[in-house]
Design a protein around this ligand. Sequence first.
Ligand code: FAD
Length: 621
Amino acid sequence: LTTVENKFEGIWRLFKLGVPVEKDPGKDFHGLSDALMQEIAKVLEFPVASLLPREAFSVIRKSFDARKMLKEPKFVYTVDMDVHRLLILEPRARDFISDLEPKVGLMEHFAKEKVSNDVINIVHDLKSNQEMVGANGLNGHSGPYLRLSNGKPKIAVVGSGPAGLFASLVLAEFGADVTLIERGQPVEQRGRDIGALVARRILELDSNFCFGEGGAGTWSDGKLVTRIGRNSGSVQAVMKSLVYFGAPKNILLNGKPHLGTDRLIPLLRNIRQHLEMLGVNIKFGTRVDDLIEESGHVVGVKVSDSRDKSKLSNQKLEFDATVLAVGHSARDVYQMLMSHNIPVVPKEFAVGLRIEHPQELINSIQYSGLANEVEKGRGKVPVADYKVAKYVNDMKNPSSNSLAASHSCYSFCMCPGGQVVLTSTNPGELCINGMSFSRRSSKWANAALVVTVSTKDFSDLGFHGPLAGVEFQRELEQRAGVMGGGNFVLPVQTATDFMDRRLRATPVPPSSYRLGVKASNLHELFPGHITEALQQSILAFDKELPGFLSSDALLHGVETRTSSPVQILRNPETYESTCLRGLYPVGEGAGYAGGIVSAAVDGMYAGFAVAKSFNLYHGDL
Ligand code: FAD
């Protein structure tokens, strides 16, 4: 049902305008097609010919909806209509509105005269949501953010993932003297290191799928969906920044935007160039090993060369403040923080397996007759994805309401047309994730199937204390390594065998994972209740997506690093550590974000908070 909202003065937002697939130009077109204009005309009850000029309309979002309950799959649009512009060229409409305007507001007019009340959805004025960064955007001539600084505080930003990059961007734009310290390598060398891992099984400890320029999300699917509210000014600011640095504009319009590794790499190079242009000193291959603390203040960091220890070890660098954006795989950093008595508290996260299906199977489950429109990412409709979730009660205690006895099971980080990749940062520990290229054209579809775990689960395995969750992850990763037999070979099991708790003699189906797989008893990898929760949820997901549970579906072990296992406590207003002045824990590793966009947003706000504490910025956060 189409809804209309008075966005702000003169701009009307039309939601849920559906255009059937056969009438739409396809997933790569984000303009105003004739079919869309017809849909708009139908809703407004004006003939298409009177809706002039077309520039009065702009597409705000486009998604694909192929849910089974629909009579036919369709593209669904959100469109803004500039009423004033429209009126200039449309005399009948002008008369129509001006006749009524003095008596009732535009909104009421639409409600009474054109669209019935039940399709009017009035929400708050989005103007108030246009935060300072969103409003300035990155496309202005004067650079991304307002520059107000006179002084030059020396700020270290540790980690060049989305959080560290956005913190650096903001701080550099405010005129701080920023040093960005990254244990991994720039994307060019990092690409070679990842190549060596995939081709020759050489794992560089500080340059891999988790560590290096761009952080964990560089060799990823580059999904830009976020649960923190897509329309908020801060998310829009991040998205506009990505466009400014080279992402295609359609990420601003697409309902499920994604970039893919091939687009992320040049984009990161552009960010690097921009930071250097702003005077940021970027130190790749430099690992922060310790904080230098004086009277409750962090006054610098100790670093070493992450490749060649003889070159630079224990070097001291002085800073006025340190932004810690190290991601959730920097377990050595958590340990180091504990040695400074910095409050680190365990938090819930999720563990499980990565399931991989032939992409064709997912296309046919999701699209039925439309599946042949996918054409390896070149077709009219997007490569099919899915998102499933189930709340599971403990089988042994089904009536229990206790949180500890129940788990959420859900699919996570689904990569259509992607591949399974190794995200270990230590050769003795095996963990995985998924990535894809922009076209999503591989023949596989993978997604994590994970179950939430908390301190109760950690203590069941004998792990206690602030880093119990980290130990729990490590234990599962080591078990997976042993099951795979070494050399980064992954333990795998078909979904049907996992359900039956057995291993058939037949060979397992092929996998996209490049370093080899070994048929294994994955049902023995986890504590029993986690296996049971996964089994229950797979059954439920198969009801939702018939064919999901199949002998062609291959489960890969193990998915452990879904989000941070800890939170590093900080002041919610200043972003500063509750324990040490001058330390700003941010991003996913600190427990304040999950995913590329939310990490970038957290880094951006942290940048503003640090700038504020040095009087470089005087506005609100
Ligand atoms: P990170 O990106 O982890 O960055 C931390 C950086 O700090 C790293 O570069 C690391 O090398 C550096 N660092 C760590 N310790 C030190 C130290 N001691 N000294 C110096 N530097 C240090 N999210 C999505 O939203 N969409 C996706 O499609 C997606 N796909 C993913 C695919 C893969 C393979 C992986 C691994 C993750 C994926 N994610 C995805 C998750 C996403 O990458 C993270 O949520 C996000 O990168 C977190 O950002 P961050 O800046 O907080 O930390």
